[in-house]
Every structure is written in C-alpha cells, then in structure tokens.
Write a protein that binds this ligand. Structure first.
Ligand SMILES: NC(=O)c1ccc[n+]([C@@H]2O[C@H](COP(=O)([O-])OP(=O)(O)OC[C@H]3O[C@@H](n4cnc5c(N)ncnc54)[C@H](O)[C@@H]3O)[C@@H](O)[C@H]2O)c1
Length: 447
C-alpha cells in the first residue's frame, strides 16, 4: 500500500522541459509534441500518452489510460528550452537532422520551431572531439555551472513555469571512469573550482539542475548524473534523477529477445551486433573515445539478463560483440543487424537473424517525453534520488549502490506500472492469479 507521504500533488500550471542538446532527438521530440497537440500526428511509442493500466482483479474490468489514472502534466502544458554549441534554432536543426518529413511535419510548425533558440552551451571540445561549437559560454567550469543555474532561473521566470525538468539529449561524451572527484559533493565542488578534467560538461548540467531543484534524466551513456556525489546530492535535496542512455533500437530488441531465450532455458553461444548510421550522433560515435562510452553501455545488458554465473552451461562462455559504423548515406535511418547463435536440446545449434531498419530519433522521442512527464510526477510525489522504476527507458539503468540493474524489459515494465499503482494506493499486481481457481475449488469442496 502507498505511503501517504508520496501521494502525488496535482499537475497544475506549465511544465518547462529543458534540453541540453538541440539535435535530432530533441527536435524530433519537440516537433512531435507540437504536432500531437495540434492533432496532426499521433504520439505513438509514448506510454504516458497511449498505455492503459490494469487495476484490481481481471474480473473487475478496470483498465484506465495511465494519463487518466495518475495526475500527469498534459501535452498542452509543456514548454521547451535548450542549450547547444551550434546556434541553429529548432527549425533549422530539425531540417539538418533529416528525421522528419519537411513538408508534412516541419513546415506546418515552422514558427513554433523557430521560437526555440538554443542558449549558449557549457561545452568543451575535449569531451566531444568531433564537434566545434561557437554558441558556447565563456569562462571556466565554475562560471559555466553558475551560468547554467542562472539560465534555469531565467527560463522559469520568463516562461512562467510552475515546474521544470531536464533531459540530457546532448552528444555522447568521451569515456570517463568514476574517480575521487566524483565521490563526494565536496570533492566534486573542489574539482569544478579547479577546472578538473574529470568534470565533464554533462555533469555541470546535472549539478545545476539538482541545485535548482529540477529533476534530471540522462539520455546518453556518459556518466553525467551517475556519480556518487550527484546521486547523494539529489537524494539529500529530494530531486528525482534517472539515467542512463535511452533504450532504443538494437538494445531494445536485445532486452526483448534475451529474456525470452532465458525463460525457455535456451543457451547462447554468441551475439554479434552491428549498426550503420549516418546522423551526427553516428559521427560523434565514430570517435573511439565516445564509442567506448557507448560500448560499455551496450555490452552490460546481456550479462545482467542471462546471469552466466547462475547458468554456466547455457551462458558461461558466450561471445558478445557490438560495432557502430558511421555511414553517411543512411542519415537517421539506422540499420541494426543481430546475428544470434543459440543452442537447444542436446546442444544442437540454431541461429536467429534480426535486421532492424529503425529510425533512431523516432524511437527516442517518446522516451524523452515519458521521462520528462514521469520525472515531474516523481517530483510531485516527493520521490527524490534515483528513480529505478524508469529503467524501462534506459540502456544502463542507475540503481542504488550494491544493486544490479534489471534489464529485462518485462520486469522493468512491471516495476513501472506497480510504482504507479503504489503511488495511487492501488493493490500491486503479482500475476499469481490462483484466486480465480482456488476460490472456486475451495468453494466446491465446501471450504
Ligand atoms: N537516437 C537514439 O536512438 C539514441 C539512443 C540512445 C542514446 N542517444 C543519445 O542521445 C544523444 C542525442 O542523440 P542525437 O541523435 O540527437 O544526437 P545529435 O548529434 O543530433 O544531437 C546532439 C546535440 O548535442 C549537442 N551538444 C554536444 N555537447 C553539448 C553540450 N555540452 N551542451 C549542449 N549541447 C551539446 C550537439 O551540438 C548536438 O546538436 C546522444 O548522446 C546519443 O548517443 C540517442
């Protein structure tokens, strides 16, 4: 049963959605929200907009839409802000991204998209080697952190927002390992003051958000808010956070297929994944240092789902390879191939081939929307710190210290829906279902 302290407060007024990075994902998300609110396109892929939730017994027939069950911010209440080291507004950036059809989905909302101009970014090319930005903040890391906090306050004021959330949609930064500068907030603050290399720009956005009481989600695989200093700060200040790396495309498929193989005790010899994509994200990931960050995020998924230590015969020695190739002709229309070598009864080998002709940003945009809306719900429900129930949307879910992450999409979905039931004081659904049979049998036996 719900702890009353977490009953959600109503969602009144405007919700400002702040986006570091105004590239393919952000513009596809912003344009999609505007098209949906004008009734020009459906928000497919968004759980907050489309999914229903069962309440009570199967025989009760209660299956409302999530948006009618939980008090969520409405699409009409969303306003958008962004930062980017390139000065193009959302209209130009959407055209450059090449995701949406210009005549059907960009030109009709041109004025709206042109009204979203990126604020100067806290940017350092050392962290994203393939980009050279000109719309950047002057000074050093401490100046950037303070300037970001001022941006947040000014945006809230100018747009008359009741509440804000921030979702990192910026490029993948180079691979950084957690170190002493990330351990405590004191060490982190000292490292900002010293302009330490261990402090990446994405960490400054996360820090500024938490200090301003703004929930923060990280859509890229770089550390950002996934360091003890910031998770503790978020916990202490009661600010919800979630990360990292939007679960789209190939990893989404992996977390759908692998739990199925494991559920049926089919073994795995190897899983070879390769991608070709030609958008700016692909270009950034062509740099080995940024790819390393992505690779770490993509590789851990199978280990956690398949539990090789518990099933050495089935999963003790599988080989897992992930490749991303930058191939400009494809633009945002990525192709992800999976060649999966499995084994069945008596060890006989079989193969599964998946060729997913997907659209990266089309898969990512509804995730940005849901993370923004659910983080706002968490904030109105006094839930600070890591929101593991949002791991449904993420490739490398953050968890409490000492907990391994749940990668299985169906466990994640149950966790998400049960959290909503818990917040609203509804019974958890265990799917045991014996009551439909035992009651009957027992009544037949006169129990
Ligand atoms: N599209 C997907 O399916 C998907 C899935 C998982 C993760 N991601 C991640 O989401 C992020 C965005 O993807 P995208 O396809 O929109 O990439 P993109 O390259 O089109 O956009 C990223 C934008 O971030 C900007 N940027 C870089 N550093 C910044 C900084 N310090 N501050 C503000 N802006 C900054 C870049 O200039 C660029 O415009 C990437 O990190 C990507 O790896 C995307």
């Amino acid at each position: 049963m719900r702890n009353d302290q977490h009953a959600p407060r109503p969602a009144t007024g405007k919700l400002g959605v702040l986006l570091p990075g105004l590239g393919a994902v952000s513009t596809t998300f912003i344009a999609g929200v505007e098209l949906a609110r004008r009734g020009m396109a459906p928000p497919i892929g968004s759980v907050t907009q489309m999914a229903h939730i069962r309440l009570g017994k199967r025989t009760d027939g209660r299956n409302p839409k999530i948006s009618e069950f939980v008090p969520l911010a409405q699409l009409d209440d969303l306003v958008f802000g962004a930062w980017d080291p390139f000065p193009q507004d959302a209209y130009e950036s959407a055209l450059n991204a090449g995701v949406l059809d210009r005549h059907e989905h960009i030109e009709p909302i041109k004025d709206f998209l042109q009204s979203i101009k990126p604020m100067p970014a806290a940017f350092d090319q050392n962290y994203v080697k393939r980009l050279e930005g000109i719309n950047v903040k002057p000074g050093r890391k401490r100046d950037w952190a303070e300037a970001l906090r001022e941006d947040i306050r000014r945006f809230r004021e100018e747009k008359g927002c009741d509440r804000l959330v921030m979702v990192w949609c910026g490029s993948t930064e180079i691979y950084l390992q957690k170190g002493p500068a990330h351990e405590t907030i004191e060490a982190f603050e000292a490292a900002i003051d010293a302009d330490d290399d261990q402090i990446a720009p994405s960490m400054l956005y996360a820090y500024a958000a938490i200090m301003e009481g703004v929930p923060y989600a990280n859509g890229a695989p770089n550390l950002s808010v996934d360091i003890p200093a910031l998770t503790k700060l978020a916990q202490e200040r009661g600010v919800p956070i979630a990360g990292k790396d939007f679960k789209t495309g190939q990893t989404l498929m992996k977390t759908i297929i692998a739990p199925g193989l494991k559920a049926r005790m089919l073994g795995l010899e190897g899983w070879f994944s390769t991608n070709i994509l030609g958008n700016r994200d692909g270009e950034v990931l062509d740099d080995p240092a940024s790819f390393k960050t992505k690779e770490e995020s993509k590789l851990s998924v199978l280990e956690h789902i398949l539990q090789p230590a518990a099933y050495p015969e089935l999963y003790g020695k599988f080989s897992h390879v992930v490749r991303i190739n930058y191939y400009p002709p494809r633009g945002d229309a990525k192709e992800g191939w999976d060649s999966i070598d499995i084994k069945g009864w008596l060890g006989y080998p079989m193969q599964i081939k998946v060729d997913f002709l997907c659209r990266d940003s089309i898969l990512a945009a509804p995730i940005v929307l849901d993370l923004a809306i659910f983080l706002d719900l968490a904030s109105r429900s006094s839930m600070g710190g890591i929101q593991e129930w949002l791991s449904f949307y993420l490739k490398s879910p953050q968890t409490a210290e000492g907990l391994y992450p749940e990668h299985d999409l169906f466990i994640q979905q149950m966790k998400l829906k049960n959290t909503l039931r818990w917040l609203m004081g509804e019974e958890q659904i265990t799917h045991l279902g014996l009551e439909y049979y035992l009651d009957h049998a027992e009544s037949m036996a006169g129990v």
